[in-house]
Design a protein around this ligand. Structure first.
Ligand SMILES: Cc1cc2nc3c(=O)[nH]c(=O)nc-3n(C[C@H](O)[C@H](O)[C@H](O)COP(=O)(O)OP(=O)(O)OC[C@H]3O[C@@H](n4cnc5c(N)ncnc54)[C@H](O)[C@@H]3O)c2cc1C
Length: 348
């Protein structure tokens, strides 16, 4: 049993919820504070794709992250009795003959064959979507229902710890004693996502703002069988609803919904389907990203009781459960953190 420590966690998005759950499981006492405004975790499509299609590479450390994430979300689903984790096949509609050649070249290669189905004649002739160059299917893909994850995660934590709905006032933190409003903690852990720029101790560690817009469509005609992907994704989420996304605008904290983004997505979806639908929702969010596309995790260089877990980027739902476990193991048992996520890489 580890020595019980008292943590104040700032932010109840994906990073704060995963950290709180792991810390509670390791017997620590948690106060989780969240402003109640979430622009990333709750907006996300929550897709877990083992591949990066653009480069036809495996997602970073997917062999470690994927089985752990699957178990983490399934356990949370069982504990909270909320539907959270949905395995669903992703079908990549190829953009060119070259892309198909790349797939064939990789489909039997060690490491890739766990995630790529071998292309069949049915994939070549698939007619439930626009099919210009054939298609390929991904194994072990899924999505997390983001709204249920946030609700379930918070409920799980509420039954075992304190959750405060308020905005943390940084001026009331005394960093050398890790106290807030005069109350001393062993650690203050910042999981603020893109709000990191307001943080006086960690805002020099670059968390970039990557704006994303996503539409929700309703259609009686589009197949709900698979998630389709080509230049955009079209993810069925039940009840004839689909998430269509997402746009990327780098380095902007702006959260206005734009007609340009909507038009862009509606243009791209034509590459997947000509079936009819109506747009029933349009949302915007900000992904917390970093210049080297790796999360940023660790202790403040001076105030060692101030901690950071941020920069989850575009693949947060895949990485967060195991990364949180690894950070807790680092804090409790001094286990090494993956060097690619350590905060030290940004300290000159
Ligand atoms: C449009 C879009 C689509 C996405 N799709 C996917 C996807 O399909 N798959 C995937 O894996 N990832 C996806 N992502 C990325 C994913 O959402 C992020 O990686 C992840 O949610 C980031 O979580 P976070 O906890 O770091 O930040 P956030 O979710 O932003 O949480 C931070 C929390 O901190 C709180 N906070 C901040 N400052 C304070 C303060 N001073 N006081 C109190 N509370 C504070 C905020 O209220 C917020 O709730 C998408 C993101 C967007 C925007």
């Amino acid at each position: 049993m580890t020595e019980k420590k008292e943590y104040l966690i700032v932010g109840a998005g994906l990073s704060g919820i995963c950290m709180a759950i792991h810390l509670i499981k390791n017997n620590h006492s948690i106060t989780l504070i969240d402003s109640g405004e979430n622009f990333s975790t709750a907006v996300a499509a929550g897709q877990i794709n083992p591949l990066v299609f653009r480069r036809m590479t495996k997602s970073w450390r997917v062999d470690d992250y994927l089985p752990y994430a699957e178990k983490f979300y399934t356990d949370l689903e069982i504990d909270t009795e909320l539907p959270i984790y949905f395995p669903i096949q992703i079908r990549r509609m190829f953009s060119s003959a070259h892309e198909k050649v790349m797939w064939i070249e990789k489909q039997n290669r060690e490491g890739f064959s766990d995630y790529l189905e071998t292309i069949t004649s049915e994939d070549d002739e698939y007619d439930l979507a626009q099919n210009d160059f054939g298609s390929g299917r991904i194994k072990k893909s899924s999505y997390v229902n983001a709204v249920n994850f946030v609700e379930g995660g918070k409920n799980w934590i509420k039954n075992r710890a304190t959750i405060l709905t308020e905005k943390l006032d940084y001026s009331l933190i005394e960093p050398s004693s890790a106290s807030y409003k005069g109350k001393k903690y062993d650690f203050i852990l910042f999981c603020e996502g893109s709000h990191n720029s307001d943080n006086p101790w960690f805002n020099q560690f670059i968390v970039e703002h990557t704006k994303g817009e996503v539409l929700t469509l309703k259609s009686d005609e589009i197949s709900e069988h698979e998630s389709l992907n080509r230049k955009c994704f079209l993810l069925p989420i039940g009840n004839k609803l689909f998430r269509l996304g997402a746009t990327y605008v780098w380095n902007t904290p702006d959260r206005t919904l734009t007609q340009d983004a909507k038009d862009d997505l509606l243009d791209k979806v034509k590459l997947l389907t000509k079936k009819s639908f109506e747009v029933v929702d349009h949302q915007v969010g900000i992904r917390p990203t970093t210049p080297d596309r790796r999360p940023i995790i660790g202790k403040h260089p001076t105030f060692k009781n101030l901690l950071l877990f941020n920069g989850l980027g575009t693949k947060g739902y895949l990485m967060a459960p195991l990364l949180a476990k690894e950070f807790v193991d680092y804090l409790d048992f001094d286990k090494e953190l993956d060097k690619e996520v350590r905060i030290e890489r940004f300290i000159k």
